[in-house]
Design a protein around this ligand. Structure first.
Ligand SMILES: [Zn+2]
Length: 337
């Protein structure tokens, strides 16, 4: 077939295919096939050199007309499809928007932030320490000697014989005191780790809040007042607190501190096991041996320290019966708080 025949046949085929094309994707495929850089129009241009020299002007003219006709038909078709696209799909502006899912603070984080705010009003700043600790900060400087049962490898997560996951936030007391002289008034919230059997009130990881106040003339009355004010501010002004004798290696004297049960207000109920009291944590006056370990003069300075479990506070405040609920990451549960 001659070039002229190919042009005529190509034009007929291109226009009939274009007439059958109704959408933008089909139009684009058609454009590539006929007007693209490797399309039929370009192929015809390249074949012009085949034409005998006396026919070249006419062939060139035919090829140009072919290209222009296809381009004009394409431009027309794209206008029609564009007009249809502009009409269609209808957007209902009265429909409500799609609400993005916004996360929220975990109840443990909420509680830690509340405690930071509350103790901040009593002049406590916040200190943090590493969760991987050495034995000096976790035990020795806290007056816990190598023979003490708390150092049993079965009761701690040792990484090597002298490095471990901290078992208490009291480590931060030591780190803060090592950084400089009194006065010191800090709280240290954070995670601690112990290989306990997991049940409704125990986990292998939990959160503690440690408090430390060191200065000249700090007495147990300051400790008593601080914790009583805390209980009233956090759980309500009707709360009363009490101290019971206790023992911790790093405080002397030591006490367990309890708060009147928020459920029954001291009358006795299943939550407080009919005692009327809820145990909040341990506390005491900083042992002179701890001061000596960090280079403070125990003749000049006194101080108090306390520690409490944050999970217990969250559970008490919201009436959550099982600790494990807090760490299962079930958003249906967590979204309640
Ligand atoms: Zn009770």
């Amino acid at each position: 077939m001659s070039l002229f025949d190919d042009i005529t046949a190509g034009k007929d085929q291109a226009l009939s295919e274009l007439a059958a094309t109704t959408d933008a994707a089909g139009l684009e495929a058609w454009r590539v096939k006929y007007l693209g850089t490797k399309g039929l129009s370009r192929q015809i241009m390249q074949r012009l050199k085949e034409a005998p020299s006396d026919q070249k002007p006419a062939a060139g003219k035919a090829a140009n007309e072919f290209k222009n006709a296809l381009q004009a038909a394409y431009d027309e078709a794209i206008k029609k499809v564009g007009a249809t696209a502009a009409k269609g799909p209808v957007i209902d502006v009265t429909l409500p928007g799609r609400k993005p899912a916004i996360g929220r603070e975990h109840p443990i984080t909420q509680t830690i932030n509340e405690l930071i705010e509350l103790f901040g009003r009593m002049g406590f700043s916040v200190a943090y320490g590493p969760e991987v600790e050495d034995e000096r900060h976790n035990f020795e400087a806290l007056n816990i000697p190598p023979s003490h049962p708390a150092r049993d490898p079965l009761d701690n997560f040792y990484i090597n014989p002298s490095v471990m996951l901290r078992s208490q936030t009291s480590t931060v007391q030591v780190r803060v005191m090592e950084q400089g002289p009194p006065p010191i008034r800090v709280i240290a919230p954070g995670r601690v780790y112990r290989p306990d059997t997991v049940d409704a009130t125990h986990g292998v990881m939990f959160h503690q809040l440690e408090g430390l106040y060191v200065d000249e003339g700090v007495t147990m009355i300051d400790l008593r007042t601080c914790l009583d004010q805390f209980a009233k501010a956090y759980f309500g002004p009707q709360m009363t607190t009490r101290f019971r004798p206790g023992f911790f290696p790093f405080t002397e004297p030591s006490a367990e501190f309890d708060m009147s049960c928020p459920m029954c207000l001291g009358k006795g109920c299943p939550v407080c096991k009919q005692s009327g009291w809820i145990e909040l944590g341990g506390c005491g006056m900083v042992d002179p041996n701890v001061f000596e370990a960090v280079g403070y003069d125990p003749q000049r300075y006194t101080g108090f320290a306390f520690g409490m479990g944050i999970e217990r506070m969250v559970m008490g405040k919201h009436g959550i019966p099982d600790l494990r609920l807090l760490f299962e990451n079930d958003v249906r549960f967590l979204h309640q708080f």
